[in-house]
Design a protein around this ligand. Structure first.
Ligand SMILES: Cc1cc2nc3c(=O)[nH]c(=O)nc-3n(C[C@H](O)[C@H](O)[C@H](O)COP(=O)(O)O)c2cc1C
Length: 136
């Protein structure tokens, strides 16, 4: 089973999860600027909310790489929201890409809020999640 990890980050919070997840499933975490050159059965896609939506770069990545995505598994961080599935699914549905019901989400630091998040415990939980999804 081919697995890939892509993420979008502005302040590094989601990148921390991406690297922990990629390490757990033994691939390299890449930014969404890096296209999928071969089909990924599972794409762990990390992103965050910026004014209640995902960044355009995430939308562009899904649309432009749809043929190489078997299924998206969302992960992400945010200050208040609980999951990235809804905004990702909106784009994925339009591109004909499947999104898993399972996801991993935790708080991410935002100004004075949630300092130090994601923390070590979040990273450990993201590893357990990734291994469960990848059946490792
Ligand atoms: C411009 C901006 C808008 C944001 N809007 C939201 C929002 O609508 N809902 C939310 O829960 N968090 C919001 N946040 C918080 C980010 O989602 C949070 O800090 C996240 O961990 C950032 O991840 P990153 O460091 O990977 O970019 C916003 C942050 C910024 C900078």
């Amino acid at each position: 089973m081919k697995i890939a990890v892509r993420y979008y980050t502005r302040s590094g919070n989601t990148k921390k999860l991406a690297e922990a997840i990629a390490d757990a499933v033994k691939v390299k975490a890449e930014n969404v600027a890096v296209p999928l050159t071969e089909k990924a059965d599972i794409l762990f896609l990390g992103c965050s909310y910026y004014t209640f939506d995902v960044d355009e770069a995430v939308k562009k990545f899904i649309s432009e790489n749809s043929k190489n995505i078997g299924k998206i598994v969302c992960f992400g961080t945010s200050a208040m929201m609980k999951s990235m599935i809804k905004p990702v699914k909106k784009v994925a549905d339009a591109a004909g890409v499947q999104v898993a019901k399972e996801d991993f989400h935790c708080k991410g630091s935002f100004g004075p809020m949630h300092k130090g998040k994601p923390d070590e415990n979040d990273l450990k939980r993201s590893v357990v999640f990734a291994k469960m999804i990848a059946e490792l």
